[in-house]
Design a protein around this ligand. Structure first.
Ligand code: ATP
Length: 578
């Protein structure tokens, strides 16, 4: 609006700055903004996609507005009978449902009124009607206000899930059977989640607002969490949760349970759908289809924000103008924590933030901001803690604080969902690892299982006499065709021997003794000077999992490029043995 006023003044559109026209136009634009905002929010709720909603609003409305004005002008010109006049009147009122049309038509009315008066004043007639006090754009104001209010109420009703059934049907598209990739873990987890969906009697964990201090009696909670890991009840679960952004599917029918007393790690490359999962679980965005269950009850997006979930988002959600202590006080107030002093002191100590207590959050280093954000998620005793890459940018000491907090929370029976690229964190904390790829759950298993199934095996690093590495690799392939090349340099050969592999349709298992036998044979026939054998780590699994094709398939001696070698060498640098 301000911009419009400045433009009108700058370019001095005489018609619009005449007398009371400017304030009248400002009111018109204000009401237009109100109607458009309400409309775009409704479209966003219905189509579940902000950019599509904006496109429909602006393109659709602009088309209706321009076409409407053009049709009315034509009807004006050809107007001969009363019937045409009536049709024009009705059409005019119907078109007023479009804010763009109403704005354009209102501006035309104001311009017409002013130009007419400027012409007639030459003949001594003052026909100027004040648009603020006389009915020049009165109908336009009313139309914009009514459309805006109706859409605002509709938006409110959709937000309150009064139209849940209808909007879910509008959003969902017919889909074929579950993809082949969904077999195995994903299907098994879906079955487990369905079976486990009997309401938990536990509604809250003690007093969820009491903070995480030790004084709280966690007896009842521990009873729930003391069940063995495999059978722990899910605090939260998703059933075929799906989120689409236009044609792009960010999350494909995710069925995942987050059991009490455990940390579940969500791993995946960039864009795999981790943050989307968090946004869905916190009610920040609506699912395209699928359900979320919290403590055994089916919940909607509104229920998700009722205080049962703590969330550390990927980007720091803190007010830069508040000090660390003030930030914690604010969150204590929001959570309704009574014993504030005690909880804040414990939080500052646990996350080693005592010396920054009176520093403005905006002046903290990146890692300390992250710590503050994570600390907030551990205040209160919510049954579910969601941590989206909490340790990114943290030093090892700070990572330890976060690990301790997660362990403390899960020991107390709370459930944690942790998304991380720091695989060491996942290895330290997670009982189960969910591997996401391109929005699909590809694997869900304990660490040992992942080791066994995804690239788990033995990493062999050989020092070869200069120039002998290719011959050594040929020797490895002749004896172990299932070996996967990692590094091939003049004097270095690194390869992975998977624990299990299928060679010529035969399932083979590699034992440590087989590895040493192979290396002994290689030492006899090739120029291997020295070697080390490590069991592959979670990092290795992650890399193997993300590889589109096995390197062994893609590589032949002549196609080994320096880039590929460098890449594999870098990958190996991150491998730490278990
Ligand atoms: N608002 C949006 N509009 C369109 N596409 C989106 C939007 N938000 C996410 N996406 C898409 O959804 C997919 C999953 O994104 P998401 O942010 O969940 O990935 P991620 O696993 O959290 O990645 P990272 O590790 O980089 O944080 C990506 O392909 C992304 O481009």
């Amino acid at each position: 609006m301000l911009i419009t006023v400045v433009i009108l003044q700058l370019f001095h559109f005489p018609v619009f700055v005449e007398k009371n026209n400017l304030p009248a136009i400002c009111i018109l634009i204000l009401l237009y903004g109100y109607a458009c905002t309400s409309m775009v929010h409704v479209l966003e709720r219905v189509f579940n996609e902000a950019s599509l909603a904006n496109m429909i609003l602006f393109c659709g409305n602009a088309f209706v507005g321009l076409a409407g004005i053009a049709i009315l002008l034509i009807l004006d010109i050809i107007s001969e009978s009363e019937a045409t006049d009536n049709a024009r009147w009705v059409l005019h009122k119907v078109l007023m449902l479009s804010p763009h049309f109403t704005l354009g038509d209102g501006l035309l009315e104001i311009a017409k009124n002013t130009i007419q008066s400027q012409v007639l004043i030459q003949f001594g007639m003052d026909t100027y009607r004040d648009p603020l006090t006389q009915n020049v754009v009165g109908y336009h104001y009313i139309a914009l206000f009514l459309v805006g209010t109706a859409l605002f109420l509709l938006n409110f009703a959709i937000e309150s899930d009064y139209f849940d059934a209808i909007t879910v049907r509008l959003r969902s598209k017919p889909r074929g059977p579950a993809p082949r990739e969904a077999a195995g873990d994903a299907r098994a987890e879906e079955r487990r989640v369905r079976d486990a969906l009997q309401p938990l009697r536990l509604r809250t964990i003690g007093n969820i607002n009491a903070g995480f201090v030790d004084s709280e009696d966690l007896g009842s909670l521990k009873k729930h969490s003391s069940v063995s890991r495999g059978t722990a009840r899910d605090v939260c679960s998703t059933l075929r949760l799906r989120r689409e952004y236009g044609a792009r599917v960010a999350l494909h029918d995710l069925s995942l349970g987050i059991p009490a007393g455990q940390c579940t790690a969500l791993l995946g490359e960039n864009g795999a759908g981790k943050s989307t999962t968090f946004s869905l679980l916190t009610g920040e965005i609506h699912p395209t289809s699928g359900q979320i269950y919290l403590l055994g009850q089916k919940v909607n997006t509104r229920d998700l924000s009722q205080g049962l979930i703590s969330y550390c988002p990927q980007s720091d959600a803190i007010d830069p103008f508040l000090t660390v202590r003030e930030t914690l006080v604010l969150y204590c107030m929001l959570r309704g924590i009574d014993d504030r002093e005690h909880v804040i002191r414990r939080t500052l100590e646990s996350f080693e933030l005592v010396k920054y207590a009176d520093v403005r959050a905006g002046a903290l280093s990146g890692g300390n901001k992250r710590k503050l954000c994570t600390a907030i998620a551990f205040m209160g005793r919510t049954p579910l803690i969601l941590l989206d890459e909490p340790t990114s940018g943290m030093d090892p000491v700070s990572r330890r604080c976060v690990s301790a907090a997660v362990r403390g929370a899960t020991r107390g029976g709370r459930a944690a969902l942790l998304s991380t690229h720091a695989l060491a964190d996942a290895r330290r904390l997670a009982a189960r690892v969910a591997l996401l790829r391109a929005g699909r759950l590809h694997a869900l298993a304990g660490l040992d299982d992942c080791l066994r199934r995804f690239g788990g095996g033995y990493v062999v690093a050989c020092v070869v006499r200069r120039g002998g590495s290719r011959a050594a690799w040929r020797g490895v392939l002749a004896r172990a065709p299932h070996a996967a090349l990692r590094v091939l340099h003049q004097a270095a050969l690194h390869f992975l021997l998977p624990l299990r592999a299928t060679v010529n349709g035969k399932e083979i298992e590699t034992k440590l003794s087989d590895v040493f036998r192979l290396l002994a044979e290689l030492q006899m026939s090739c120029d291997i000077e020295d070697y080390t054998v490590n069991q592959s780590s979670l990092d290795q699994i992650f890399l193997s999992f993300n590889e589109k094709t096995s390197i062994i398939d893609a590589i032949d001696e002549s196609t080994v490029t320096p880039r590929l070698l460098r890449r594999n060498s870098d990958e190996l640098d991150s491998v730490t043995s278990l």
